[in-house]
Design a protein around this ligand. Structure first.
Ligand code: ADP
Length: 688
């Protein structure tokens, strides 16, 4: 219902007025009625009293007269006169009966007939009282007024007279009067009612009009206020509204104005702030975008730099290490052998440092991802331990290891990185332990479904670590004692790399040690238990090779295409292959390699990736295209100075069969070749 307030207001006022009028009218009417009624009754009663009195007086007078007149004839026993007096009495108006009686109540005459009666007695109650009365007695019964009086002669009662006056006329007259009174009362009441009705109608009409105007006076400004509030609600603040009233509504309108004004101001301030904020956000976003782009560019430059550095350092290192290996194989005189062995050792040391720095930079740039490949835990640990067996024996240190029986062997994960952590820890243990034992242990920490948390520990009996230094030991470039770096070689990166690798494996690393009492390095790693999937291709975990396989072990001579732009590397790889009895064709870039492959068939291709004119990936693609017609598949092994994780996957995806990272060892090279051509060049496998 719209604007029901007004309707309700009118209805309320109307109801109040109506109620008041009805109540007043009712009270008025009831009072009027009772007043008229009492007045009427009073008048009737009064006039009845009056008439009765008149009748009584008249009766008494007449009976008195009769008694006087009857005294003489009665004392003389003149019954004839008595009878005449009775006859004349009966003729009087309203006289109904007449009786003269003896003191004993015997009726002497009743004015009827021709003469006196005798022997008739008065027997009813009224008569008995009349006979007994000593003075005038008036008795009213059955519309008859009985007036009796004793008759005295010389103070002796000689009898009594009794006259009955009919009251019928009086009663009729009374009735007439009462009815006329009633008629008058009714007429008066009707008059009063009419007046009441007219007055009520007037009051109600005035009430309605009053209510209507009052309601309008109340609800119209409320409606206006509502309309105003609606406009404010819709955000229209430009519009002012004021009720010229001194009452609460006027106050409300002024308050609303004030409110609208304040909201408007606040709104404006808010809008300004918002605009400013938006502008700032835009500015900041732009700045951030610029900074981000810059950072990304810097990061890209850093990655490129890392890749290039890796390539640039590894390539000459490849030459140094390769040539040293070849020179050592050429049976040099003992003195030269010693020099060459020193060169080889230094080269490996340098390579480790370079690898550490590259690893650390990669981790810092979030470039390092862990591989997810199937591996055997015990074999991984055993291989890692084996790397140190020579060194440990040299120092006279016992090196032992164990894996708890409850730990399964097949896992999915990055065995290379796991063994890198162990290599670091075992390497440090050997480095800082002059004598005693080094133990490597793997225990179950926790397992759920296919997840397995293995707790590794490497303990030694070495110089130990001071508590102060234990705090910062896993930070980069930190070494316990500045003098260490001279006494013990190292970059202070090893443990920092371990810590980051461990956190990539969702594990934790910590140390327990006391100065001079050895150290125990702990770390946990979350490994996934391997399912039923087939084992992955064997990981190229760096393995120390002390013995060089002989020609016989390598199988028959192979035709190998070597695509390599770097002269030193051409020499190294070429010589290594030739030493193993293979025939080598060299291509200086990808394009030449593709051309050579088109000219003649090869058993295997060693493909450098970074080459001018056409890189290794493109060349591989072209070779694979050539092979499409023949259905042949020649193994192509990438040679790369990149040691980035995921590189192997990339190589496989781009049509290569495997990859070898530079600098390479003769043993690794031969192993890779044997892996891809196990049956030699003439086996049917090759043309599969
Ligand atoms: P570095 O390559 O210099 O050894 P690490 O990060 O591997 O760098 O080790 C940092 C330092 O922590 C070492 O220089 C050495 O002071 C201390 N440290 C590491 N392992 C041990 C250990 N097993 N016993 C005593 N000190 C150790």
């Amino acid at each position: 219902m719209k604007y029901s307030l007004q309707h309700r207001y009118i209805a309320t006022v109307f109801a109040l007025v109506l109620g008041a009028v009805l109540a007043l009218g009712g009270v008025f009417f009831i009072t009027l009625r009772s007043v008229t009624r009492s007045i009427t009754h009073q008048s009737i009663d009064t006039s009845r009293e009056l008439m009765l009195d008149q009748l009584r007086d008249r009766g008494a007078l007449m009976v008195n007269l009769l008694a006087d007149n009857l005294a003489a004839p009665l004392s003389h026993a003149d019954l004839k006169t008595v009878h005449q007096l009775g006859v004349s009495a009966l003729k009087q108006q309203n006289v109904q009966y007449f009786q003269v009686f003896t003191p004993t109540g015997e009726i002497l005459d009743n004015g009827l007939g021709n003469g006196p009666l005798s022997g008739k007695r008065l027997t009813d109650r009224v008569s008995e009282q009349a006979v007994a009365a000593n003075a005038t007695l008036v008795q009213i019964e059955n519309e008859v007024m009985d007036v009796s009086m004793p008759i005295f002669v010389n103070n002796t009662r000689i009898g009594g007279v009794r006259v009955g006056f009919s009251m019928k006329e009086l009663n009729r007259e009374m009735e007439e009067r009462i009815s006329s009174f009633h008629d008058l009362g009714h007429a008066k009441r009707d008059e009063a009612l009419t007046m009441l009705f007219v007055l009520s109608a007037c009051f109600i009409t005035i009430g309605i009009i009053l209510a209507y105007f009052l309601a309008r006076n109340m609800s119209n400004p409320v409606l206006e206020l509502a309309h105003y509030a609606q406009r404010i609600g819709q955000g229209d603040f430009g519009f002012r509204f004021s009720l010229k009233r001194k009452d609460e509504l006027g106050l409300l309108s002024r308050t609303m104005n004030e409110m609208a004004l304040q909201i408007n101001e606040k709104n404006k301030a808010l809008l300004d702030a918002h605009t400013l904020l938006e502008k700032r956000v835009v500015d900041r976003t732009r700045e951030l975008m610029l900074a981000k782009n810059k950072a990304e560019a810097a990061n890209r430059a850093k990655s490129n730099f890392l890749a290039n550095m890796s390539h640039e350092i590894r390539t000459p290192m490849n030459g140094v290490i390769g040539m040293t290996q070849l020179a050592l194989l050429a049976s040099p005189p003992p003195e030269q052998r010693e020099y060459l062995e020193l060169i080889e050792k230094s080269s490996y040391r340098l390579l480790t440092v370079v690898n550490d720095i590259l690893d650390f930079s990669k981790i810092e740039a979030n470039k390092l991802e862990l591989a997810r490949e199937r591996f055997a835990l015990r074999e991984t640990i055993a291989t890692t331990i084996r790397e140190f067996s020579f060194k440990a024996k040299e120092k006279g240190i016992a090196l032992e290891w164990s894996v708890a029986d409850e730990i399964p062997d097949d896992f999915m994960g990055d065995a290379g990185r796991l063994s890198q952590i162990l290599i670091n820890l075992i390497g440090n243990a050997i480095k800082f332990t002059p004598a005693g034992t080094i133990s490597v242990r793997a225990e179950k920490e926790y397992t759920e479904l296919d997840e397995f948390v293995v707790h590794f520990s490497v303990s030694d009996t070495g110089i130990g670590i001071s508590p102060e230094y234990q705090v910062s030991i896993f930070e980069a470039f930190s070494q316990a004692d500045e003098s260490h770096s001279r006494q013990y070689e190292g970059t202070g990166l090893g443990l920092a790399i371990c810590a980051r690798l461990v956190s990539l494996m969702n594990g934790q690393i910590w140390v327990e040690s006391a100065e001079g009492q050895g150290a125990v390095f702990h770390f946990t790693a979350l490994l996934k238990k391997a399912g039923d999937e087939p084992p992955a291709l064997e990981e190229d975990v760096t393995q120390p090779q002390s013995t060089e396989p002989t020609q016989d072990q390598l199988g028959p001579q192979l035709e190998i295409l070597l695509a390599e732009d770097n002269l030193v590397n051409q020499k190294v790889a070429g010589k290594m292959l030739e030493r193993s009895g293979h025939k080598v064709t060299i291509a200086v870039n990808g394009q030449e390699a593709v051309a050579a492959f088109a000219r003649q068939p090869f058993d295997l291709v060693l493909m450098d990736i970074q080459m001018p004119v056409m890189d290794g990936f493109e060349a591989t693609q072209a070779i694979r295209d050539q092979e499409k017609d023949s259905g042949k598949h020649t193994p192509i092994i990438a040679l790369t100075a990149h040691a980035i994780s995921g590189y192997r996957e990339k190589c496989l995806a781009l049509g290569l069969d495997d990859y070898l990272s530079k600098p390479m060892k003769i043993a690794d090279l031969n192993a890779k070749i044997a892996e891809h051509l196990p049956q030699g060049p003439d086996s049917p496998e090759k043309t599969a």
